[in-house]
Design a protein around this ligand. Structure first.
Ligand SMILES: Cc1cc2nc3c(=O)[nH]c(=O)nc-3n(C[C@H](O)[C@H](O)[C@H](O)COP(=O)(O)O)c2cc1C
Length: 202
């Protein structure tokens, strides 16, 4: 199937088949799509937890309006934004320069620009980057014919507590993945027309 027909095929699954699990190989591809996501300045101000522990998924489901796609998922990807942006910046430039003083010096102009930007940013800025990663993950899932459900309907503080997350992380979105349950009955896909969504300026 083509990229677009896979996007037609996908929908936000409400319940997964608990007998089917996403393979390690496919999971790696989805995580690689997340890793390759473009971000502002390339900073990747995020961290992801991949939850397969059934007890944890069940407790998180309770903190998410009891939405069954969490407990029935094969893997639950908890997508977090980092709020310690100056530390992210240091890690980024440390890693990119690979410990070379010379490379770091060559990156100085770029690093100064990012350092100047951070005080003007907000936790919302990091969350926007997470949403781009979620989009890439959704497209990767569709390409692999793996079902998924992007989710904002949960209590972020409760999820952070359940997973005992460090304070530098804010849970932004959840992404349960798996294979659709047989008795799923998704609403017909509705999207606005191209005329409604796009305007050509020539
Ligand atoms: C950021 C975001 C948050 C969403 N949160 C939820 C959610 O909490 N629960 C849910 O069942 N669907 C959720 N959805 C799924 C949307 O309702 C769904 O994508 C939309 O209705 C379009 O339908 P489709 O994805 O099935 O084509 C969310 C989607 C996005 C992009």
């Amino acid at each position: 199937m083509s990229f677009l027909s896979n996007l037609e095929w996908r929908y936000a699954a409400k319940k997964f088949d608990t007998t089917k699990k996403v393979s390690d190989e496919d999971l790696d591809k989805i995580l690689e799509a997340i890793r390759l996501t473009p971000t502002s300045f390339g900073m990747q101000p995020y961290h992801f937890y991949i939850v397969t522990n059934q007890d944890k998924k069940d407790v998180i489901q309770a903190a998410a309006w009891n939405q069954a796609q969490i407990g029935t998922s094969s893997h639950l990807i908890v997508m977090c934004a980092r709020n310690d942006l100056m530390t992210v910046k240091d890690e980024y430039f440390d890693a990119m320069s690979g410990g070379s003083v010379e490379v770091r010096a060559n990156l100085r102009g770029f690093e100064d620009m990012v350092t100047g930007f951070i005080p003007h940013s907000s936790p919302e800025w990091a969350k926007k980057q997470v949403y781009i990663a979620q989009g890439f993950a959704l497209a990767a899932c569709a390409e692999l014919q793996i079902d998924s459900c992007p989710m904002e309907g949960f209590d972020a503080a409760a999820v952070a507590k359940i997973l005992e997350l460090p304070s530098n992380l804010d849970v932004a979105v959840l992404l349960p993945i798996g294979y659709r349950a047989d008795d799923e009955n998704p609403r017909p896909k509705f999207r606005f027309s191209k005329e409604k969504l796009f305007t050509n300026i020539v």
